[in-house]
Design a protein around this ligand. Structure first.
Ligand code: SF4
Length: 115
């Protein structure tokens, strides 16, 4: 039996699939960070996602191999604008979970600063 047919058969038997709603990470930020995140999203929607073509907004993206602060938590996977995989809400190019740009918006308490 094909996988899809198996799933339909299971569901027809009364099982349910529970899909987690994505966490709205932006709403969990403090107000000023939330405003910044929303402003960046608005700018990207109006002018296009930021790229590195030498015009307009420069995002200063660092690939994972160049990100010297990933170990303390400054990285895409901790940023509220990260959309999973290689996707960012405001950056045109592919991103990596351990990369970062100069706009990283990371909730309070996530970045672990040294003493
Ligand atoms: S750190 Fe920059 S590139 Fe990475 S997800 Fe956040 S905004 Fe996008």
């Amino acid at each position: 039996m094909h996988e899809v047919d198996k799933l339909i058969s299971i569901l027809a038997g009364g099982a349910r699939i529970i899909v987690d709603k994505p966490v709205d990470k932006i709403s969990q930020l403090v107000e000023e960070e939330r405003d910044l995140a929303n402003a960046l999203i608005k700018i990207a929607a109006k002018y296009g996602k930021f790229n590195e073509d030498g015009t307009g907004i420069w995002a200063g993206y660092d690939k994972a191999s160049m990100n010297e602060v990933k170990d303390i938590g400054v990285k895409c996977s901790n940023c509220v604008l990260y959309q999973g995989g290689a996707s960012c809400a405001i950056i045109a190019s592919a991103v990596e979970p351990d990369g970062k740009c100069r706009f990283a918006i990371i909730p309070d308490g996530v970045v672990k600063m040294g003493k």
